[in-house]
Design a protein around this ligand. Structure first.
Ligand code: SAH
Length: 403
């Protein structure tokens, strides 16, 4: 039992009172006036305002610029194993009935700062993003094993952001139970999809696009049937949108990704769901190059999906990221047939919906086309955004129609 009664006290500067009033879960080093007691990194600390008034409890990390992540604003709570079990259970309960594959814990947005838990059929994949979670991950895995009927838990803490917490950025391995198979078959929107939790991006799969894939499929079903219709799924990863498009009745869906493993899984996913596999529709290449080639060849498509990786990792990269987004959106608008649709996404935190819409606007002007926004997209509902944590709203998308 790792009961951690807080003894150390973090006292904040007077100017930090506005942070606590806003209930933001991060207290940066600049907000801390003094540290009393000798908390180890990861320890629970009491948070006091400058006048000594206690306001909350959180975990401490002297190696991180985020000096404290707040766990509760109720100073009467005790952060023991039971507390963690309650928070995990509440997060899981919010997803009930549990889908076959879903995000069960979305870190700060589920009031469990620094912890990601994804479920893939009978396995969990955990990601620890902070020292406070790192020092408790074995305990947390044990609690999850009591709450859920799973075969094993694998850790995918191979993410660069951990270096900002003083943690290695290459931590991977079995945390509890059996090792997952090489690929796990999950069910999403009634389809089977293969997930490689060992080498796939993030925790193995982009669960955040599940509801958008469903929306694409249902929306395509409403269109008049046509044998001509071609969907271009760029940055396809393992072809989640490709399967959704084919299930929506489209005869041809082309997947492009720079990762050979992703393209192999995309092909396997199409085949596994009973759709015909045309070898030339699975392209391992740089999307920028392929789009330019299509433009030079005068190719046209009915619907293009642009779901690129995070172009801006932080605010300083917004300008160059904007150029990247504009470039691909400009090319995509050039490649759309009149009446065609663009499903365009950005998962950069630093690029908000307003800016993204401006970039897409700039792209259509440069492409000398006319268009409308007919839909706005965000991450699936198992990736909630806590209102106190606007940073949680990273994924944004626009559905545009070229007229
Ligand atoms: N739409 C996908 C997720 C896309 S993630 C889904 O629904 O699952 C972004 C993908 O872009 C990754 O698979 C990555 O391998 C790929 N990628 C990154 N840069 C690329 C580039 N320049 N050209 C092609 N693919 C790229």
């Amino acid at each position: 039992m790792t009961t951690t009664q807080a003894t150390a006290v973090i006292t904040l500067h007077p100017k930090a009172t506005k942070n606590t009033e806003r209930r933001h879960p991060w207290l940066f080093s600049g907000a801390v006036r003094s540290v009393d007691g000798k908390p180890a990194d990861g320890d629970i600390v009491r948070i006091h305002l400058h006048d000594g008034q206690p306001v909350g409890l959180g975990y401490f990390n002297n190696q991180s610029n985020i000096r404290v992540r707040v766990l509760t604003w109720d100073i009467n709570e005790t952060i023991d194993d039971g507390w963690w079990a309650n928070r995990l259970q509440a997060s899981i309960a919010r997803r009930t009935p549990l889908p076959n594959a879903a995000r069960l814990v979305n870190a700060e947005n589920d009031y469990l700062p620094g912890l990601i838990v994804d479920k893939y059929d009978g396995w969990l994949v955990l990601q620890s993003l902070s020292m406070g979670i790192e020092t408790r991950k074995t305990m947390l895995a044990g609690l999850l094993a009591e709450l859920l009927d799973v075969r094993g838990m694998y850790e995918r803490s191979d993410i660069e952001i951990r270096s900002k917490e003083g943690l290695p950025a290459d931590t991977m391995g079995v945390l509890w139970g059996e090792a997952p198979p090489e690929t796990i078959t999950i069910e999403e929107n009634g389809h089977q999809l293969l997930v490689d939790v060992y080498t796939g991006h993030k925790t193995g799969f982009y669960l955040d696009q599940r509801e958008n894939r469903l929306q694409l499929r249902e929306w395509l079903k409403l269109l008049p049937a046509s044998d001509e219709m071609t969907v271009l799924n760029t940055f396809s990863f393992t072809g989640g949108f490709t399967v959704a498009a084919l299930a929506g009745g489209v005869k041809r869906a082309i997947s492009i990704d720079s990762s050979a493993e992703a393209i192999d899984l995309a092909r396997a996913n199409v085949e596994m769901n009973g759709f015909a596999v045309n070898e030339e529709d699975f392209i391992q290449a740089n999307v920028f190059d392929v789009l330019r080639d299509y433009r030079d060849e005068g190719q046209q498509f009915d619907l293009i999906i642009l779901d690129p990786p995070k172009f801006a990792r932080h605010a300083k990269q917004v300008q160059s990221a904007s150029r990247g987004y504009k470039d691909i959106n400009w090319l995509a608008f050039r490649l759309l047939k009149p009446g065609g649709y663009l499903w365009t996404f950005s998962c950069s935190n630093a690029v908000d919906m307003d800016l993204f819409q401006k970039i897409v606007f700039g792209a259509i002007i440069d492409a000398e086309r006319e268009g409308q926004i007919v839909g706005r997209l965000q991450a699936a509902s198992d990736h909630p955004v806590a209102l106190t944590f606007p940073e949680g709203a990273y994924l944004k998308g626009l559905v545009c129609r070229v007229v």
